[in-house]
Design a protein around this ligand. Structure first.
Ligand code: ADP
Length: 443
């Protein structure tokens, strides 16, 4: 059964059950209220008869009273007997069917009556009736029918509304789950371009965010592996060409196989070995390089530790490091990757300065973002070259770069990591004045 149908089934069942419980309690309540209303009504009716009896008796005489009581006793199925002050029966009207008498409890009520002039006791009226006669009265039947009708209509409307609400509610819950499941399916098939919307339900939102992160992470892993494999094969070509050229020249007798040449060849072989090791690491499933582990940590402390660990290099190059790091900035990110990003930016700044200069590192935050700036007063970057510095293998081809042994990969990796951690990297630079690399991470 699909998740949506299962949810509809369960919600509808829960709503029906609640409606049932509600209806039963309402029926019990209505029944009680109705019974007491009908009993009161019956008593009021008897009171009315007694008053009417007195009025006719004193004003119009016994004959009319008899006629009226006879009519009433038949209409209302009651037994009426009139007693004088000596307790002698003067008249009786048997309005109750004999059949009815055998069916329930027969009860009586007496109503004394007095002379209107002297107010002296004159006798009493005995009204006998079946105790549960209120249940079979015309009013009771009408009331019962109306109540049953309205309960039935309310039940039908509530069931229909309940079903509609179940359908809508189940959709709200099942839709994002189905979307997440589809997204997971496409991630499984290697398609990382998932588009998941935020849900109103916190737990689902968390799941959506995790799936987004997982997808980005996997995409990044794949991208990095491919990039790395390409990088390494590119790097392999140079020592192989060198080796080939040297061996051919030796074969042709152009160069001698002396110690110097052999050392050059051995150097190239060592370089090849190193590159092959790197390649192996890249394809190793446990390679930490392409894995991301997000957790909350104190970014201020991490930046201070990184700065301290770089201080020998800074002292050696006579570089002054100033910082403006806000205390206890907490970030939900990957501390290893942030460390690598910061090392790349600071070592680039050191390389750009060479000797004697200043680096300034700032850490700030607002409600939405965390900002890190790495500023140096090194050589700076030419305006036209700025757009390319994040490209792989891009190195600014000048005298200083031949001395620094980079591969033009540092900033490309830095950018890839920053974006994988939901961040952005920007650069402002002026040739001859220095550069500022800015990182912005969402909170
Ligand atoms: P590498 O690993 O070779 O340093 P990067 O990708 O880190 O390569 O940097 C690319 C190029 O950008 C470098 O060749 C360098 O010239 C330039 N660059 C990077 N950072 C700075 C900086 N802070 N100041 C000046 N130039 C920089």
């Amino acid at each position: 059964m699909s998740l949506r149908n299962k949810l509809i089934q369960n919600f509808t069942l829960a709503i029906l059950l609640s409606i049932l419980v509600f209806s039963v309690s309402i029926s019990v309540f209505i029944n009680k209220t109705m019974t007491s209303y009908l009993i009161n009504d019956r008593n009021a009716e008897f009171e009315k008869i007694k008053t009417e009896f007195e009025e006719i008796f004193w004003n119009r005489g016994e004959q009319e009273v008899r006629a009226r009581l006879e009519q009433y006793s038949k209409e209302e199925n009651v037994y009426i007997e009139i007693f004088n002050m000596k307790n002698e029966s003067i008249a009786k009207f048997e309005g109750i069917d004999d059949n009815l008498k055998n069916q329930g409890k027969f009860v009586t009520k007496s109503y004394s009556f007095y002379s209107p002039q002297t107010n002296e006791y004159f006798g009493y009226l005995l009204i006998g009736y079946m105790e549960d006669s209120y249940q079979t009265s015309k009013q009771a039947n009408e009331l019962r029918e109306n109540t049953v009708d309205s309960i039935l209509i309310t039940l039908l409307i509530s069931c229909f509304m309940g079903f509609l609400i179940s359908v809508v509610f189940s959709r709200t819950i099942s839709k994002p789950i189905l979307e997440i499941s589809k997204a997971a399916e496409s991630i499984k098939d290697g398609d990382y371009s998932i588009d998941l919307k935020d849900s109103e339900i916190n737990e689902l939102n968390e799941l959506t965010n995790n799936i987004r992160f997982l997808s980005k992470n996997l995409e990044m892993q794949e991208k990095l592996r491919i990039q790395y494999a390409q990088d390494i094969s590119h790097e392999l070509r140079t020592p192989l060409t060198n080796l080939g050229l040297h061996l051919e020249a030796m074969k042709d007798g152009i160069i001698d196989a002396d110690d110097d040449t052999i050392n050059i060849l051995l150097g190239e072989v060592r370089r090849l070995n190193g590159l092959v090791d790197n390649l192996k690491k890249t394809f190793d499933d446990n390679s930490e390089f392409v894995k991301f582990h997000k957790e909350k940590f104190n970014l201020s402390k991490l930046l201070n530790t990184i700065n301290e660990s770089l201080s020998p290099r800074l002292i050696n190059n006579n570089i002054k490091l100033t910082t403006d790091i806000k205390d206890d900035v907490i970030i939900n990110s990957d501390s290893d990757k942030i460390t690598q990003i910061m090392y790349n930016l600071i070592t680039n700044a050191i390389k750009a300065i060479g000797k004697d200069g200043n680096i300034n590192i700032t850490l700030k935050e607002d409600k939405k973002n965390i900002y890190i700036d790495v500023k140096d007063d090194g050589v700076g970057i030419e305006k036209e070259k700025i757009p390319y510095i994040f490209d792989r293998f891009y190195r600014i081809d000048d005298a200083r770069n031949t001395k620094t042994n980079g591969h033009g990969l540092g900033l490309s990796i830095t950018k890839t990591f920053t974006e994988a951690l939901d961040g952005r990297i920007k650069v402002k630079s002026k040739l001859g004045s220095g550069s500022t690399f800015s990182l912005i991470f969402q909170k």
